[in-house]
Design a binder for this molecule. Sequence first.
Ligand code: 5GP
Ligand code: ZN
Length: 122
Amino acid sequence: MSGGTDSVQEGCVFCRIARGLIPSDKIYEDGDFLAFYDLSPQAPVHFLVIPKRHIESLMDLAEADRNLAGGLLIKARELAEKLGCAGKGGRFVINCKSDGGQTVPHLHLHVLAGRPLCWPPG
Ligand code: 5GP
Ligand code: ZN
């Protein structure tokens, strides 16, 4: 899998978190992924899973990123399970670009759980 911190963007907050330059409340880390609690939690459980490699958004995923994209989802499921969210589930969200409400331009998957979440989003 392509990974590591070989592709980082200096001004990117999540690249900086991935390199340990900005502290975060880490849940999991390996060569390809990092998971940490969201700074502004919207549910009792709210964490983010990111690829360490800088990919701006879901729209920037390439065919070659197939394994990375699958790995991101599987890691989110694994961690949600570990945090006791398997029974009631939760919401697994990727906001994409301006209409999707993406505020940090580094691909990330939100995991929100621990309370019922309304649908549809506004
Ligand atoms: P987006 O709106 O791009 O889908 O989500 C970005 C998320 O990153 C937001 O929920 C925001 O609270 C979180 N966030 C932004 N900066 C930081 C940070 O420095 N540390 C952590 N832990 N979360 C952050
Ligand atoms: Zn980045």
